[in-house]
Ligand binder design. Structure first.
Ligand code: ATP
Ligand code: MG
Length: 431
């Protein structure tokens, strides 16, 4: 790269700038409140983990581990490390490492960037963000349902209406083994319509073959043996338990027998929230039960269930549906005719901010202060509801002029500099 040449962001990795970041912060605030309401506690794990965690946790024959991970060797000690492609494996590792289940189940949530080397397109990025909710140590269908209701409560808060919930049950390992044998036998008889990837996965991960998006294979996979038909009584009872709670809460669902999820670790309940408004990348939230993962990562066996949602996709849907997002409001803009007044201006602004006022200061240039007209223009453009004019005459009287820029436009009052607390509230009254 030549010196002075512009350096752009890495492909598929986005800047989140003012104008968008307000939407992110709004979403994050909604999520925090909601998680508090369901007693889920926040966890923050490192972005880099040992590669082996994901190989073992997610499964070797998955899209993520086969081709999407950003892995590298730590130059200093030769360790194989990976930028996390998802959050569950890390959360489970942390749970085991810190023995969090010693006194019973835990409900936790996380938010943060994830990294997958995918072909960038709408709703699919190489750095994207997930919010995840996970309940570890609980075996019953009530917690599966609680997690689904948590997501539904979030959609409600965000004003999201156009989604549907697809559910399925993957049963238990023995049931999957019986189905797997039948499925492999079926696939072997239908190799004629299978693509190369499917043929390669037929023996290593046949369930994933059912997940194919290849149109030429749809008839074949639709007719393939269904895992649901291989479930025993206990698995079916668990599935019915989830459905009964959803029904009691008026949450509509449909069973999609082909829903198997991209990650290897699921059993029993799996689910996805899907929308038609986002084109091909229509899954906004996905999850399920993963009772064997804790043990697989080296912990004492413990049941677990959780989901992850894609923040970019959810925000895109919020935009599609035109949900109103309250814009952050600026109360006041400080107009300063003479830079010599700056020490006194900033002292006053500090007191105003301590009293809760949001205020932006007009900054000096190397040539001093801009003219009043241009400062008022900036004040208008800032969206502030009041201008504070720190003119020399006012300051000499120990005062500042407060001028309304929006409601009651033009009205002005003089306020005492030695009594900021006395009038600060009037600047916030319209908020
Ligand atoms: P897909 O089938 O779309 O690739 P996935 O099964 O790989 O999804 P999960 O690993 O279950 O996705 O991740 C949970 C959620 O995270 C997805 O439903 C989606 O909303 C979001 N997500 C996954 N990958 C990306 C990505 N590359 N860019 C943006 N969001 C993503
Ligand atoms: Mg994927």
């Amino acid at each position: 790269m030549a010196k002075n040449e512009k350096i752009a962001a890495v492909k598929g990795m986005n800047d989140i700038l003012p104008g968008q970041s307000e939407r992110w912060q709004w979403l994050e605030a909604q999520i925090r409140e909601l998680m508090d309401g369901f007693a889920y506690r926040n966890v923050r794990t490192p972005i880099v983990e040992h590669t082996q965690l994901f190989v073992r946790g997610i499964g070797e024959v998955t899209d993520i581990v086969e081709k999407e991970m950003y892995s590298f060797e730590d130059k200093l000690n030769g360790e194989r490390l990976t930028l996390r492609p998802e959050g569950t494996a890390s959360l489970v590792r942390a749970t085991i490492e810190h023995n969090l289940l010693y006194d019973g189940g835990k409900r936790m949530w996380y938010i943060g960037p994830m990294f997958r080397h995918e072909r960038p397109q709408r709703g699919r990025y190489r750095q994207f963000h997930q919010v995840g909710a996970e309940a570890l140590g609980f075996a019953g269908p009530d917690v599966d349902a609680e997690l689904i209701l948590l997501a539904v409560a979030l959609w409600k808060r965000l004003g999201l209406t156009q989604w549907r919930l697809e559910i399925n049950s993957l049963g238990q390992p023995e049931e999957r083994a019986a189905h797997r044998a039948a499925l492999i036998a079926w696939l072997e008889q239908h190799q004629g319509v299978m693509d190369e990837e499917a043929k390669r996965r037929m023996h290593t991960n046949p369930l994933r073959v059912l997940d194919t998006k290849n149109p030429a294979m749809q008839d074949m996979v639709n007719a393939a043996p269904k895992l649901l038909d291989y479930l025993g009584e206990a698995s079916l009872a668990h599935f019915d338990g989830v459905k009964a709670i959803l029904d009691a809460n008026g949450v509509p669902w449909t069973v999609n027998p082909r829903l198997v999820r991209g990650l290897d670790y699921y059993n029993l309940t799996v689910f996805e929230f899907v929308t038609d408004l986002l084109g091909a990348q229509g899954t906004i939230c996905a999850g399920g039960r993963y009772d064997y993962l804790v043990e697989q990562i080296g912990g004492k066996p413990a049941p677990a269930v959780g989901w992850a949602l894609g923040v970019e996709r959810v925000l895109e849907l919020v935009k599609e549906l035109g949900t109103d997002i309250p814009a952050p409001r600026l109360d006041a803009y400080a107009i300063v005719p003479d830079a010599a007044a700056m020490p006194q201006v900033l002292r006053t602004l500090t007191r105003l901010r301590e009293a809760g006022v949001r205020v932006q200061m007009h900054a000096a240039t190397v040539d001093g202060m801009a003219g009043m007209k241009s400062q008022f223009k900036k004040a208008d453009a800032s969206g502030a509801h009041h201008a504070l004019v720190f003119g020399a005459d006012e300051l000499a009287r120990g005062e500042v002029t407060v001028k309304a820029l929006r409601d009651g436009q033009g009205a002005q009052t003089a306020q005492r500099l030695d009594d900021v607390a006395g009038w600060a509230a009037t600047l916030q009254s319209a908020r």
